[in-house]
Design a protein around this ligand. Structure first.
Ligand code: PEP
Ligand code: MG
Length: 560
């Protein structure tokens, strides 16, 4: 039995066998083959047809949209002109690996240059090329594995597209070696309710088939658990399943103060599940997740259709949509084309949109049109605001284009420090604690090495949140929280004590946060907040809030 620690995402538990995700293959060396071209040709054709057959079989098994995609990939693997391009290279003495690599790379460029739908298929060619080369080298295929049974996925890190397409019937849990608590792997894992531990450096030593127990709340992975530990894990899984089956109530403190609990979403697919889990609306809809793979800005019509779907799913409720937050951890090729040394400090969020105003105008136009056609209550906000000037720029453009409620995300220390002036120029604020923590602590949210600093409990971060809370109260404007901090049940109480008027989180966290809020009154929450604010560091702040919470509950028990 061995314990591996990392950062847990959510509160869930999972148990199962490890399957490792194979790493991307290096480029095959360009050296002359010692086999003759005919023999290399046989090798290449054999691997291409095995991969083609595998993809077709996976497609047939998957059904639905995945079937079409996989069948198209299977056809590409056996495309005669590609096979001819491979053969031409073999004739010059190349190895099958190198010939496949080069032929696919040339086609990839060709497709990418065409843009649109064909351009989007370029990445598929990469995937097939990697699979064929892996087959030639007798190595496991890169990408998310499909062993045909449920498993715990162990990876160095996942690309957003990998995380977004994980088959939740198969992936019981996720362990990554890299990645901080607010990396997009972590956020998507939370959104999809995948039990995950990220930044678990020692997980690099886990082997295929090892049985592990993943406990997200403790951030611990137990390798080689005892039968008792496995039984305890299974009991915890059953208990959580029973808990979420109870009909949810609106978020409120013990004294009845309403704290609307909203959902963070990255696509409309999760809408029904969010409502089932008691989301009272959407507090953060991350629009850039709709377009991660797109090479060109989506059209107004296409966007309008997406937003209409979202607003229809939440009819009669509040939906806060964020305009594209491109750059740094979520680059979009059509908004971030120039390489930057420090992209987190570069042209991201509102800065990138201001630079390409036509794209922002189109997005706001699509949102206003969707709003007019549906009866949800649409609020729109801009990410990465640092100045009052940016706030004015965004709100006036939003209003000009027909958005009724326009606000900003507070994600930079500067916006928090002048929150009164920022809020004076817009309708509401929503605090993005992931970025606010990254920028306050000067700790890249993507780096496992500085993950310990990426902790929203730090009193410096809490003080900035308190500034925004106070400004909101003074001006009578809503201050939501939509960073991962809102999903931590104890921190959620502290955030309300600091002045947050609503909390938005991955739907999977709603039940735990709802239960936690119901234990404290507003003055209790303020006492917890004061205790945390006065602490020296993040760990001390959590301990102080915890101690204050224990005092409150024991005093109440003694009185009753
Ligand atoms: C945040 O920064 O806290 C936030 C909610 O935005 P994102 O995580 O998408 O950057
Ligand atoms: Mg952010």
């Amino acid at each position: 039995m061995m314990e591996i620690t990392g950062t847990g995402i959510g509160q869930g538990v999972a148990v199962g066998p490890v399957v490792r995700m194979a790493e991307r293959l290096p480029e095959p060396v360009d050296r002359p083959s010692h086999l003759d071209p005919e023999r290399e040709g046989e090798r290449a054709r054999a691997s291409l047809s095995v991969v083609g057959a595998e993809l077709a079989a996976r497609g047939a098994k998957a059904g639905g949209a995945a079937k079409d995609v996989l069948e198209a990939q299977a056809m590409m693997a056996e495309d005669p002109s590609l096979i001819e391009a491979v053969t031409t290279r073999l004739a010059t003495g190349a190895t099958a690996e190198r010939a496949v690599f080069e032929a696919f790379a040339t086609y990839r460029e060709l497709l990418a240059g065409m843009g649109g739908y064909l351009g989007e298929r370029a990445a598929d060619l990469d995937d097939i090329s990697q699979r064929v080369i892996a087959h030639l080298l007798k190595l496991p295929a890169p990408g998310v594995p499909d062993p045909g049974h449920p498993f715990i996925l162990v990876a160095r890190d996942l690309a957003p597209a990998d995380t977004a397409t994980l088959d939740l019937d198969k992936v019981l849990g996720l362990i990554t070696v890299d990645g901080g608590p607010t990396s997009h792997t972590a956020i998507l894992a939370r959104e999809k309710s995948i039990v995950a531990v990220v930044g678990a450096a020692d997980a690099a030593g886990l082997a295929d088939g090892d049985t592990v127990v993943v406990e997200a709340a403790r951030g611990v992975v137990t390798s080689g658990p005892t039968p008792e530990q496995i039984a305890a894990a299974k009991a915890a899984i059953a208990e959580r399943a029973a808990q979420t089956a109870v009909a949810p109530t609106p978020g409120a403190l013990a004294d009845g103060t309403a704290v609307p609990l909203l959902a963070n979403l990255g696509s409309t697919d999760g809408a029904a599940e969010a409502i089932r889990l008691g989301a009272e609306g959407v507090g953060l809809f991350r629009t850039e997740f709709l377009f991660l793979d797109a090479d060109a800005a989506p059209s107004v019509r296409e966007q309008q259709a997406q937003y209409t779907r979202l607003l229809t799913a939440f009819a009669g409720r509040k939906v806060v949509v964020r305009v594209l937050d491109a750059g740094a951890d979520k680059p979009l090729s059509f908004l971030n084309d120039a390489p930057e040394e420090n992209p987190a400090l570069g042209l991201r969020g509102i800065r990138a949109l201001r630079h390409s105003e036509a794209i922002l105008r189109e997005q706001l136009t699509a949102l206003a049109a969707a709003d007019a056609a549906t009866d949800a209550e649409l609020w729109v906000m801009a990410p990465m605001i640092a100045t009052v000037d940016e706030t004015r720029y965004f709100t006036s453009l939003a209003k000009e284009l027909g958005i009724r409620v326009a606000g900003v995300m507070v994600e930079t220390p500067s916006a928090a420090l002048i929150a009164g002036r920022v809020l004076g120029a817009c309708d509401f604020a929503s605090i993005g604690t992931n970025d606010l923590t990254q920028y306050t602590m000067a700790a890249d949210r993507l780096l496992g090495t500085v993950a310990a600093l990426q902790n929203p409990w730090h009193p410096a971060v809490l003080r900035l949140i308190a500034e925004v809370g106070a400004a909101g109260a003074e001006l009578g404007k809503p201050v939501g929280i939509c960073g991962e901090a809102a999903a931590d049940p104890l921190l959620a109480v502290v955030l309300v004590g600091l002045g947050a008027t609503s909390l938005s989180m991955s739907p999977s966290a709603l039940a735990d946060v709802r239960a936690s809020l119901a234990r404290y009154s507003l003055s209790d929450a303020q006492a917890l907040a004061q205790a945390a604010l006065a602490a020296e560091g993040a760990a001390e702040a959590r301990a102080a809030a915890d101690a204050a919470a224990t005092d409150i509950t024991s005093a109440r028990e003694a009185a009753s």
